[in-house]
Ligand binder design. Structure first.
Ligand SMILES: Nc1ncnc2c1ncn2[C@@H]1O[C@H](COP(=O)(O)OP(=O)(O)OP(=O)(O)O)[C@@H](O)[C@H]1O
Length: 736
């Protein structure tokens, strides 16, 4: 069958298209041809391993006026095809042949690259011209420095978990039932299958995050060891990034924290900028990432940032869990195209995917089709359809190969021919589980052991001696102090939005004004008025315990995913993170209380001396620091926002009630509670500052011994933080 290779600009700039039987006039209508589109036509032939290919080059005038429907049609067509040829031109001749053979397979119903589908998707504007051109060009620049090339091999991998919540406590669920495969440097291995098929579990096992029960997983024929940790990049299904940092900040901080100290700070930053350029993120580098409540970059860009985070370190193995989930087909294709280039730069790429489009499917080198934890196919992705056809199952209508394979893994045989032994054996027809069993059996029996061994061992790695001599371990080069300073500045950037949000400022200022108006120019002229003022001081002590506590209580539960991810690759020491975190919170939480007190103090007419004002401010700040410690400890203890806030409200209510304002005479068996109450100590300190001369009044009992209160709050400041750190360490152990 004759193939036509049509170059839409020139052979030299490598922007060309593959077409099948599309008339030139159809793409470039005559009136538009005359209207400066096609200015030069070259025809020729090119010899490839797959045979002789007829080639045509059409030169265009560059600045064409855009008007009319057919003109837009022509533009979108050429942009669509650019992607295909971009791939062809980036690879060797062998690949070109392979690609063309895949395209020609479309005629056999294997790949549905038929003309109508191409044209309709182009017309619908599937790939905007500017973007596809820009992105395909920028991704072609991916030139990762040499990395240790790792061949991944796994045989008969099994994984079982204990089933919780079933009567028989020994019940186990078999998630993977002997899966084998391999992936070589330069390849993309796709793990495909229906939801719950075991893809993520297999990915975690292969990346060393989870230990397999039985079977063998090797990396260049060696079992997993800790030094591999730094050679493995893992992109999670849910993006774990700080929403308020820009793309550039995110990658620069990652580079500063993760790259070894043999590189200078400037070199690390340069590396981050290079990754930004390689991934085509220049346009959005100064935009914040965004999240659920704040708009930022697009989903595809965010995914690229996550991939950039990993390729910064130039890993040998890159694992990605559903990198295209939630993305439209065009963005998904661009992401996989990018992974294709990353793989070609020498990495071994393994990814899970649910239901790729046919264009996306064609980018995979190898495929494992999983169904209920069983391997239904392992081999070249391009041969999957042939394999299923050889076991008697083919699509009866034109079908996306990925859709066909997922259907089979689900036991769905609608619109497919089925083998006669399956059809005859089960009447009125086979159930999904019969179909599943048939294909599991077919894979076991038809793919002989020799075939399997051939597939597992097909690549030999010629190692670059320079790379082989690299040290095995590439632990974070940053010193403790560098880690602290980077985490501190990153924390300040990330959290200042939250601390100084207009809502928060309004909340504090509005409360201050209301309090000022309610206690307007209060005095101590009568016991009743003293009691009123004591009420104000008590309110201040409660407010500045609740407010900071409920701000920091979310810290660790919210940052848990990030913490686990970053700690799992030894990005920094837990102590550096913890100290940086509490220092940031401390600084950020000290601004609003000052504003609050300046408003309240003078409105309500408290003791007008500099000493009294300064001591009141210091007392409030001390209370805030203690409350922050308690909030951090509760957050770290529960690691769950709902549980933590429920527990915190009970604790704070107890502290408030035992704080000495509501109840003076507490029963002896409950009197100890006041000593652990932050409110009790701060309230007493505030009273002492204001009414030093009134020690014999209603609140005077024992009030002069301020050293005890200060000491008690200081113990809480340190104690709660130590508790938080201890709980955080335990959390780390639980999650690895
Ligand atoms: N720790 C566990 N305890 C109990 N069941 C588990 C555990 N881990 C995985 N499973 C079960 O194993 C099966 C496979 O899970 P896995 O997450 O690997 O599937 P998947 O193919 O990645 O699915 P999806 O595409 O929906 O993410 C599921 O049925 C899941 O509920």
């Amino acid at each position: 069958m004759e193939q036509q290779l049509d170059l839409s600009k020139s052979f030299d700039n490598k922007e060309a298209v593959i077409m099948q039987n599309i008339d030139e006039d159809e793409i470039f209508p005559p009136e538009k041809n005359n209207n400066m589109f096609c200015t030069k036509k070259i025809e020729g032939h090119k010899k490839t391993k797959k045979g002789l290919i007829k080639m045509r080059s059409l030169d265009f005038a560059k600045e064409s006026p855009i008007h009319g429907k057919s003109l837009r049609h022509a533009r979108s067509l050429s942009s669509h095809f650019l992607i295909n040829i971009d791939e062809m031109m980036s690879d060797g001749d062998n690949e070109k042949g392979a690609h063309i053979s895949k395209t020609s397979s479309g005629k056999m119903g294997i790949f549905s690259y038929d003309r109508s589908s191409i044209i309709s998707s182009s017309i619908s504007g599937d790939v905007p011209l500017e973007n596809s051109q820009k992105n395909s060009c920028s991704w072609r620049r991916i030139q990762i420095e040499p990395t240790l090339r790792i061949r991944l091999k796994f045989q008969d991998v099994k994984y079982t978990v204990a089933q919780k919540g079933v009567e028989n406590s020994d019940a186990e669920k078999c998630i993977l039932q002997g899966v084998s495969g391999s992936a070589c440097p330069g390849e993309i291995l796709a793990l495909m299958g229906p939801s719950g098929g075991g893809k993520t579990t297999l990915l975690k096992l292969l990346s060393g995050k989870v230990k397999n029960d039985s079977g063998m997983i090797t990396y260049n024929d060696q079992p997993y060891n800790k030094s591999l940790k730094q050679r493995i990049g893992f992109v999670l299904q849910d993006d774990v990034v700080f929403p308020h940092l820009t793309v550039k900040e995110t990658l620069i901080y990652a580079a500063l924290l993760r790259l070894p100290n043999t590189l200078s700070k400037e070199q690390k930053k340069e590396r981050a900028i290079r990754v930004i350029n390689e991934l085509g993120l220049e346009r959005c580098q100064d935009t914040i990432i965004g999240g659920a409540f704040v708009r930022g970059i697009s989903g595809g860009e965010r995914k690229r940032v996550c991939i950039g985070n990993e390729i910064l370190l130039n890993p040998s193995l890159l694992f990605l869990d559903e990198p295209t989930s939630g993305l439209d087909s065009t963005t998904a294709l661009l992401i996989v195209q990018m992974l294709h280039y990353i793989a070609r730069a020498g990495m071994t790429v393994v990814m899970t995917i649910h239901q790729p489009s046919s264009r996306l499917f064609s980018r995979f080198d190898k495929l494992i089709l999983l169904g209920q934890g069983n391997s239904l196919y392992f081999g070249k992705a391009s041969e999957a359809m042939l394999y299923f056809s050889s076991v008697g199952c083919s699509p009866l209508i034109a079908m996306n190969p990925a859709e066909f394979l997922i259907d089979l893994a689900n036991g769905n045989i609608t619109d497919k021919s089925i083998p006669s032994d399956l059809d005859n054996k089960f009447l009125p027809g086979p159930s999904p589980s019969d179909v599943h069993e048939y294909f599991v059996g077919a894979y076991e029996s038809r793919v002989t052991n020799i075939d399997k061994i051939k597939l597992l061992n097909h690549c030999l790695i010629e190692e670059d001696p320079e790379v082989q001599s690299w040290p095995n371990s590439r632990d974070s080069g940053a010193t403790w102090c560098q880690q602290f300073s980077m985490l501190f500045t990153r924390g300040l950037k990330e959290r200042c939005h939250e601390y100084f949000s207009s809502l928060r400022i309004t909340q504090v200022i509005a409360t201050a004004i209301i309090v000022g108006l309610l206690w307007w120019h209060s005095d101590t002229s009568s016991p009743k008025r003293v009691s009123d003022q004591a009420g104000l001081l008590f309110f201040i002590s409660v407010f500045w315990a609740f407010f900071p506590l409920f701000t920091v209580i979310f810290t660790f539960p919210q940052e848990r995913a990030m913490l686990v991810k970053e700690r799992s690759v030894n990005m920094y020491k837990l102590s550096a993170y913890f100290i940086a975190r509490i220092t940031t919170d401390l600084l950020l939480d000290l601004v609003l209380p000052v504003k609050f007190l300046v408003i309240v103090y003078f409105m309500v007419g408290l003791k007008l001396t500099f000493t009294a004002f300064s001591l009141t401010l210091l007392t409030i700040l001390l209370s805030i620091i203690a409350a922050q410690g308690l909030g951090l400890a509760i957050g770290a203890g529960f690691m769950d926002v709902k549980k933590a806030t429920t527990f915190a409200s009970v604790i704070l209510m107890t502290f408030m009630l035992s704080g000495g304002f509501f109840v003076q005479e507490v029963p002896a068996f409950m009197s100890w509670v006041r000593y652990i109450s932050i409110n009790y100590h701060t309230y007493r300190l505030l009273l002492k500052i204001q009414y030093n001369s009134l020690t014999s009044s209603k609140h005077g009992k024992g009030i002069e011994s301020s050293g005890v209160e200060v000491g008690a709050v200081l113990v809480m400041v340190v104690g709660y933080r130590m508790l938080a750190y201890f709980l955080l360490r335990k959390m780390k152990l639980r999650t690895t």
